[in-house]
Write a protein that binds this ligand. Structure first.
Ligand code: IPT
Length: 995
């Protein structure tokens, strides 16, 4: 029995061969807009009537019709609901079959063909074909024109064209499309993303003259030994001519090859494009040609003869309202955000993007690994039994997918690597895809991470490898595959991390350490952070607040929760702290100021570009952020990869580093000297800071004492001793304690909580790894449910000393805590000592600090320390020293799943004030970390979405000695050993005073 087309693994029927898209002057008609639509619950015997019968001009609601925009996903327009799974198929693994419950959307619309459409009107227009083009339909669809079935197709993110010229008539025509949510194609489209259906990219009618420039293949290389470009364009027939005016080519034979001395090469750093026109008597096609040669040479991936380093991201297409139906403005926003954050590469995980995105990558300059629309990850859950990658029945489908990818995108200079797909196990069909790729386009390497031994690929690729493993690979010391021939082949390949640093929630930590490995080992040619953007779906709460849904928010029976929210951008494209950290870590210029001799080391980390597009400036600020001195530095003439040292002397005062006042800080900044297409002059590309001044010998990034606003300084006034008042309360400076040591009032503010805390609301990374996760380990140790036992509370000379033992139920392990409270210069001083008691071996703490909750309607926070954004010990490169202020709410980072956030590090002092400017000041001796929230850590941990949190009237402060690292264990390694917070005897010293 013949399988229904949507179940048959065969790719498509009736569609013409795939081809590259160029900008043709032949007529086209967009069919985007409002279509009539109805959703049917299954794909059973539906018949052709909806497409064949004349249909009313307006949708007839009685038959279930309504309007739906094209392009769009029907689930985002009230028909059915989105569903999210990562690896699991949301239907039984029964290939190629899909359940009877198969939501099927029927689309139809009428359109009026322009009177002068070629082939229709009488007169001189030549005839030719007309193609009906679909740029993306999820997941399988059948097409009718004027009631005549044309064929069907699968491959959601791939283009298909159907020949319709013979069916068109003057005036009104109709087109109808039936789209099935589930098909055999769904087995090949198990990417980690929302299941969203429908016609989500454009539909266009394209006149194709005769002869037509239907497909062209531009090969534009660049010879780094001669500086000549080579241009050879394959076209579909004779009579095609080529103009590239800038290169002196007029009416040339496109086939060439044309050797063009003095051509400027295309690179992601210098995206030089040449306008070219191909023409026949009937058609002109505009192309933008970028000359570059990609090769794997001596074990390195090179472009134009030089090795490159990917500072990349994995990009899914996402918009919080439109899903994967992106407009050009959104694509441009992505490209600009990437360029402005020093990103130079994109892996189009895990399907070819909208074609406009690649045009933008060509234009603005991004290296692209263009990935085929293929993932069969769910078969892993059944031991890869039945995996289409290894089953001959699916070979045509897999080959069709890579062919449609390569054919569509082959003329983009930005595309330098083809990727066969993602997480599809391994098998002969993948190998066949690789062979086809190489035969069709020998000039681009082939990538596929799932080929662990790299037998049929040209790059050795791994995902989420630990720093240690990357280091071993960098040294070519990785374990060998069983087959020595494969080992020899793989050991000679360049290495990339196609995914690393899982940007889920707070994190990733450890980016700097990865970057150092990329710089240390030539073989390690960088990587692609997972991933670019959180795929949250915009929703509005009853109170009007906007929030972002993730898996489970649509009552899906099977889902993977917030694993879909793991990007460097929030869904509305606000950069997360992770993106700011990444931008800093991957700066293409490294500035390192040396306090010892007042010099600046400048390293040009570009792969191609000199520094002549940058301007260098410096600024000396005092500890209140006042600029004491500033100036510019001459930009050194450094070729890519070179470094030099500059003296930092400035102005009449000589070297700002050595002569500056104590507590001052120097910031050196590299900015764009002139406008670039992707950012204006003045945009900061790189910066460095260091402690200046006589007292700062180390230059370590920690604020020194000396701020005018720093409040108390030790030893200015004699200390007032604690007194016991009539009520038996102990008064210490601005504080009132109970006789048993509980702080009840501080600076006139009622205190609800003031005690040691070591817990944090688990981050996604703390939760990663299931039973092995840090959060589970901490929970098993009871760190989230510590009990406090007061051992003693006594006035002790100048101070009031409270000793407690802090421990969890059912455990004999504890923390001996001493709160040394005393008055100092009108402030309350706390020396908090913590000492582990019992067996803590192998256990790290989430944090150590004072939890302080006071009744203050906090409105504004100011501090001197690292900022302005949050920072953690293994994600702190982007934080700079300064005097910062922020509205209280803005200190919260709205991770889609609420979790620990907002920590400010290395803080000398902080002020928390209400609308009237009154409140609390905290000064560190020397420094502390803080987070300030309008809700408790427990409330933060319990909420599933940010809008569920409401202020409880208290200011909750975490005043911390330290935090555990963040790591990237939501998918990948946890914090590095040096970033773990193992308990040991430690002390935190703070001064608390009224503002
Ligand atoms: C990896 C996937 O390739 C990617 O699509 C995404 O799901 C990522 O994980 C996690 O967010 S695969 C995983 C088994 C490492």
């Amino acid at each position: 029995m013949r399988l229904p087309y949507f179940v048959d693994p065969a790719p498509s029927e009736g569609a013409v061969g795939s081809r590259a898209t160029g900008v043709s002057d032949a007529p086209g008609l967009s069919l985007d807009g409002h279509w009539q639509f109805r959703l049917r619950p299954d794909a059973g015997d539906l018949g052709d009537a909806f497409a064949v019968e004349p249909f009313p001009a307006a949708p007839s609601t009685d038959a279930g019709w309504s309007e739906l925009p094209v392009p769009a996903h029907w689930q985002l327009h009230g028909h059915g609901s989105p569903a999210y799974t990562n690896v699991s198929y949301p239907f039984p693994i029964d290939p190629p079959f899909v359940p009877d419950e198969n939501p099927t959307g029927e689309y139809r619309r009428a359109f009026d063909l322009p009177d002068d459409w070629p082939g229709l009107a009488p007169g001189p227009q030549p005839g030719g074909r007309t193609l009906l083009r679909f740029d993306g339909v999820d997941s399988c669809y059948r097409v009718w024109l004027n009631g005549v079935a044309l064929g069907h197709a699968k491959g959601s993110r791939l283009a298909h064209e159907f020949e319709v010229g013979h069916l068109l008539r003057p005036g009104r025509n109709t087109v109808a499309v039936r789209v099935h949510q589930w098909s055999s194609g769904s087995y090949l489209e198990d990417q980690d993303m929302w299941w969203l259906s429908g016609i989500f990219r454009s539909v266009t009618l394209l006149a194709r003259p005769e002869p037509a420039l239907d497909d062209v293949f531009v090969r534009a290389g660049w010879d780094h030994t001669t500086g000549a470009g080579t241009l050879a364009i394959t076209t579909c027939g004779p009579g095609v001519r080529l103009d590239v005016p800038e290169l002196g080519l007029h009416d040339a034979d496109p086939a060439g090859p044309h050797v063009l001395p003095g051509t400027e090469p295309w690179t992601a750093e210098t995206p030089r494009l040449y306008e070219a026109v191909l023409h026949t008597d009937r058609e002109q096609v505009r192309l933008r040609v970028g000359f570059r040669t990609v090769a794997v040479t001596d074990g390195l991936l090179t472009v134009n003869g030089r090795p490159i380093t990917f500072r990349g991201v994995n990009r899914h297409e996402w918009h919080p309202e439109h899903g994967r139906a992106l407009d050009r403005a959104t694509m441009l926003a992505d490209v600009l955000l990437m360029k402005r954050h020093n990103i130079n590469a994109v892996r189009t995980s895990h399907y070819p993007p909208h074609p406009d995105f690649l045009d933008l990558c060509d234009e603005y300059g991004l290296w692209v690994i263009d990935e085929c629309d293929l993932e069969t990850h769910g078969f892993e859950q059944v031991g890869w039994r039945g995996n289409p990658s290894a089953d001959p029945r699916w070979r045509d489908a897999l080959l069709d997918r890579i062919q449609r990818t390569v054919e569509r995108d082959k003329n983009h200079p930005s595309v330098i690597v083809w990727s066969l797909g993602n997480e599809s196990g391994t098998g002969d069909n993948l190998a066949a895809m690789a062979h086809w790729c190489r035969a069709r386009d020998p000039e681009r390497p082939v990538h596929y991470e799932g080929d662990h031994d790299s037998g049929y690929v040209d790059l050795y690729s791994r995902m989420y490898a630990s720093h240690e493993e990357v280091d071993a690979i960098g040294r070519r010391a990785e374990p060998a595959p069983a087959d020595p021939a494969l080992d020899a082949h793989r050991r000679d390949l360049p290495f990339v991390l196609c995914e690393y640093a899982h940007a889920m929630g707070n994190g990733p930590g450890g980016l700097s350490e990865y970057q150092r490995l990329f710089e240390r080992h030539a073989r390690v040619q960088g990587g692609f952070v997972w991933e670019w953007i959180d795929h949250g779906i915009a929703r509005t709460a009853a109170d009007g607040r906007r929030w972002y849904a993730y898996g489970g928010d649509f009552d899906e029976p099977l889902h993977d929760g917030n694993f879909v929210a793991d990007g460097l951008l929030f869904p509305d494209r606000t950069p997360s702290p992770g993106l700011l950290e990444f931008a800093k870590v991957i700066e293409p210029v490294r500035l390192e100021a040396d306090p010892a001799d007042g010099s600046l080391r400048v390293t040009n980390l570009h792969d191609f570009r000199s520094l002549d597009h940058l301007a260098l400036s410096w600024r000396l600020e005092d500890s209140d952020g006042r600029v004491l001195e500033d100036g510019t530095l001459e930009v050194p003439d450094l070729a890519a990869g070179q470094a030099c040292t500059l003296p930092l002397s400035a102005g009449a005062h000589g070297s700002p580093v050595r002569s500056a006042p104590a507590g001052s800080w120097l910031t050196v900044s590299a900015v764009l000297a002139a406008d670039e297409p992707w950012a204006d002059a003045g945009h900061e590309v790189a910066w460095a800071q260091l402690a200046a001044g006589q007292e700062s010998r180390t230059g370590a990034l920690s604020p020194a004492p000396g701020s005018a606003r720093g409040g108390a300084r030790p030893g200015v006034r004699p200390t007032a001793r604690p007194v016991v008042d009539d009520a038996g309360q102990v008064r210490v400076g601005p504080a009132v304690f109970s006789a048993t040591g509980a702080l009840g009032e501080l600076a006139g503010l009622p205190v609800a909580v003031a005690r040691l805390d070591v817990w944090r609301a688990p981050t996604d990374n703390d939760l990663g790894g299931g039973e092995q996760s840090l959060a589970r380990i901490w929970q098993r140790a009871g760190l989230d449910r510590l009990r406090h036992r007061t051992v003693s509370a006594a006035i002790d000379g100048d101070g009031f000393t409270v000793r407690t033992r802090v421990a969890a139920a059912a455990s004999d392990r504890g923390l001996l805590t001493t709160y040394g409270w005393r008055e100092q210069d009108g402030c309350l001083r706390l020396d908090l000592t913590v000492e582990p008691d019992g067996d803590w071996s192998g256990l790290a703490l989430p944090r150590i600090g004072l939890q302080l909750a006071v009744a203050l309607g906090c409105a504004e926070v100011g501090w001197y320390g690292l900022g302005p954004g949050e920072s953690y010990r293994d994600s702190r490169a982007a934080a700079r020293l300064g005097a910062w202020s922020s509205p209280f709410e803005a200190l919260q980072t709205p991770y889609l799943m609420p979790q620990e956030n907002g920590n400010r590090s290395q803080v000398r002092w902080a002020e928390f004030t209400d609308a009237g400017g009154r409140g609390l000041r905290v000064t560190g001796d020397p420094v502390f970390d803080f987070a300030a929230r309008p809700w408790s850590g427990a409330a933060l941990a319990a909420a599933r979405h940010p809008h569920e949190l409401s202020p409880d009237g208290l200011l909750h402060l975490s005043l911390d000695l330290a935090h555990d690292g963040l790591g990237s264990a939501s998918c990948g390694p946890g914090p590095l050993p040096e970033h773990r917070l193992h308990p040991r005897k430690d002390q935190l010293s703070l001064l608390l005073s009224p503002v």
